[in-house]
Write a protein that binds this ligand. Structure first.
Ligand SMILES: CC(C)(COP(=O)(O)OP(=O)(O)OC[C@H]1O[C@@H](n2cnc3c(N)ncnc32)[C@H](O)[C@@H]1OP(=O)(O)O)[C@@H](O)C(=O)NCCC(=O)NCCS
Length: 180
């Protein structure tokens, strides 16, 4: 388990899946903003839920996010596209609606940086997010990520093409616990 100042990142429990699916996966608007894939309904209990974790999957590490001290489940986070040759990866995260705006997103990014740079020994992290996702942009920037470019009209979201911002952080620029 990995601990931040507000949240902990732990393995996915079976009981997390229906909550994450209902509060994130079944919300068409949120899902469409978070994923490259089009939303589709998922049968309750299906192993096809994007929140089912395959422990054998290469190139990714996925966590459930809970309040510190074994508290309530508040979201899902992970590294994807882990590239052992270039020693880079991408961060993805989504918090339950009731958990947003409390500083958890900033803390999750901080913990993911620790995991990527200290535990895995990576040298570059990347985040892509919609250009209007202020909370995600700030959660990244609070941890030292810098805006490296705009991917114009790169995301088809609910009937329109939207821009994404690409943010990056190199290990040498990372300051653990930037707000500490
Ligand atoms: C994006 C997300 C992970 C951010 O986490 P969060 O816990 O809400 O963010 P924080 O509370 O750490 O806030 C970070 C900053 O954003 C600001 N912020 C938070 N919510 C905001 C909102 N709705 N509008 C504008 N600013 C907001 C905070 O004031 C804070 O600003 P500061 O750093 O200048 O003090 C979370 O909101 C979420 O899961 N959203 C839905 C899914 C999503 O968009 N995932 C990311 C896909 S790439």
């Amino acid at each position: 388990m990995l601990r931040g100042s507000k949240v902990e990142l732990r393995a996915r429990h079976e009981s997390d899946i229906p909550i994450l699916q209902a509060e994130l996966g079944d919300d068409v608007a949120t899902f469409s903003r978070m994923n490259d894939q089009p939303w589709r309904p998922i049968t309750p209990g299906s192993k096809d839920s994007p929140y089912v974790v395959d422990d054998k999957a290469q190139g990714s590490a996925r966590f459930s996010v809970a309040e510190l001290g074994g508290g309530m489940l508040v979201g899902s986070a992970g590294l994807w596209g882990i590239d052992d040759h270039n020693r880079s990866a991408h961060i993805g995260l989504g918090l339950l609606p009731s958990a947003r705006g409390k500083g958890y997103g900033t803390d999750v990014v901080s913990v993911m940086c620790h995991y990527a740079f200290v535990v895995l020994g990576l040298q570059r992290l990347q985040i892509e997010t919609l250009s209007d996702n202020v909370a995600m942009l700030r959660s990244a920037e609070n941890n030292g990520f810098v805006r490296e470019g705009v991917l114009r009209s790169s995301a088809w979201v609910m009937g329109e093409f939207l821009d994404e911002v690409l943010l990056g952080l190199l290990v040498q620029d990372w300051k653990p616990d930037p707000r500490g």
